[in-house]
Structures are given as C-alpha cells and as structure tokens.
Design a protein around this ligand. Sequence first.
Ligand code: TXA
Ligand code: MG
Length: 312
Amino acid sequence: MSDQIASPEKGGLERALVLLQAGRPIAIPTETVYGLGADAANADAVARIYALKERPTFNPLIAHCASIDTAFEQGRATPGAELLASTFWPGPLTLVLDIHPSCTVCSLARSGLDTIAVRVPAHPITANLLKRFGRPIVAPSANPSGRISPTRPEHVAADFGDRIELILDGGPCEAGLESTIIDARGEVPVLLRQGPIPAAEIDAIWPGLKSDMTAPDAPRAPGQLLRHYAPKAALRLNATKAHPDEVLLGFGTVEGDVSLSQSGDLIEAAAKLFDQLRTLDEKTDRIAVAPIPNAGIGAAINDRLNRAAETK
Ligand code: TXA
Ligand code: MG
C-alpha cells in the first residue's frame, strides 16, 4: 500500500481520525515506540488490536490521554501520582491507578481489571491526534505479541503488512524503549517496568520506590515475562569479541560489526537498540552484544536485553 505510511500534513491526520472513529486500528508514533491505536471506549476496535497482535486478552492496554486532567478522569489520582504526573507528563511514564468512576475505557482494554494504566505521550503528532480525537486512545506497542517493539514506521509495515491501513509517520522514536511503568496506587511507588525514566528519577520525586518486575509465575505485566522483546536470533550478552558464527553489536570501546553508540552514549544506545536488533535479526542467527553499563537508562536497556536473551 503506497499510502500506508503517511505524515499528518499529507492527509494522515484526517485519515487517522476517520479510521479511529470507524473502529479501525492505526499505528501512531510516540516518543517511546510506535503504538497500535484504537478508540479506548470501542470494544470492537480494541478486540481488533488484540487479534492483530495475537495478544492474550488477559494482558491490559495503556490508555493514552491528551492531558493530565483527562488522564485522571480515567484513573483515580493519588498524591504520589499527581507528583509524578506534574513532573514527567507529557512523557515516557505510565501510571497504574484504580479506575475512576468516570472511566470510559472499555473493560476488554483493561482485561476486566479494576485498575488502569494511563499515560500522556509527548510526541507532538500523537499529542495533537489525542486532542483532536477528544477521547483516550489505547495503544500497545505495534508489534506481534512478545516480539521487538517498533521504533520506525517501516518496522510496523514489516510486521503487519497490509493488515493495518495507516501508519502515522512520526519519524524514528526519540527514546526507543517502552515507557517506565509505576503502580501509583499506594503509599510508595512500585516499579513494574523499567524504561526511559530511570528508577532514581522517580524515587527523587516520590521516595520509597519498590520494585516488582520479575514475578515469572503470575506476571502482572507481560513485559515482566522472563522471555519478551525477543528477536528470532540467539543473543549472547556481555560479549567483548564475536565468536566466528556471531555478529557483534558493539558499545563504546567494544567495536562491533555495528555499534549502539561508539561514544558510549546510553541515550543514543536506547534509541538505536530495537532498530539494530531487528536489522541484525534478518542477517544472522547469532547476535553477541557488548556490555552495557547499568547507569540511568542503561538499566532499562539491560532489562530488555536480558529478556530477549532468555531461552524459556
Ligand atoms: O511506551 C509505551 O508504553 C508504549 C507506547 C505505545 O505508549 N506502549 C506499550 O504498551 O509498551 P504495551 O501494551 O506493549 O505494554 C504495556 C504494559 C503491558 O506489559 C501491560 O501488561 C501493562 O503495561 N499494563 C497495562 N495495564 C496494566 C494494569 N492495569 N496493571 C499492570 N500492568 C498493566
Ligand atoms: Mg509491548
């Protein structure tokens, strides 16, 4: 489809609004990764997203909202949630809250839970789309369930072909890793998924951060599954040299066949990670990855690499 990837100026925004209104999924850019978006209140549209992604319906979606105020009409604010929202929204942070009595997100998108994940994205194209649409848009990452998230419109086209009518072109994603998820219902914040906002930055705003990211037996968020974000190739981590049958993904002083960042910049590495994993996955069955320092966003990069390297 030649007009599948469209910029908002070239009619993409108007087409996006028509398709959302008609209950048809579209791909939308965010500052983290591309999402597969649908009208959060329309259960048929939401069912199409689960089918497209082959996502288990017990795995709830994130509701994307135009503003802090509209997000807190979906999920019930807590003092901690308000602190984090005023600091990090719009931006790559998702808050899990109790549903508000005025919540319009359909039960299917919430997997029937009485909690809801909400976020106010910063990408200007999707921020504008949300404002124009006037209602929350649920959007999981636009990849088949369990695989690598897309950070460019071409990734979405490669994964779904003509099963998706429109991919709003917002260029390459700035952060490149999915949002940090915090359960903000209690007295202290609970980290459910590492992401572009490091744990230390959350803790500095709302102290007492606890972690709950492994739970392999009863995952609350499938991002918590041991194996997730997986390429088809086998991954070997903390490698300083490639074995003869491997391609090496370098970082800093470890020169690879390609590099996440030659200057050792973790922000650049996060933005490139999924794109380079996808490219290497097409070329080889074995990828070796250089050591990545755990500082700042490095923790989230290592989280994704560890899950991608899991064999079970
Ligand atoms: O950056 C992002 O968050 C991207 C962009 C498109 O916004 N979206 C994204 O969605 O990563 P998804 O569906 O791939 O991951 C959302 C995660 C899932 O692991 C899901 O289980 C969890 O959020 N989640 C959603 N609702 C939840 C809830 N009520 N309680 C706990 N976890 C929840
Ligand atoms: Mg995902």
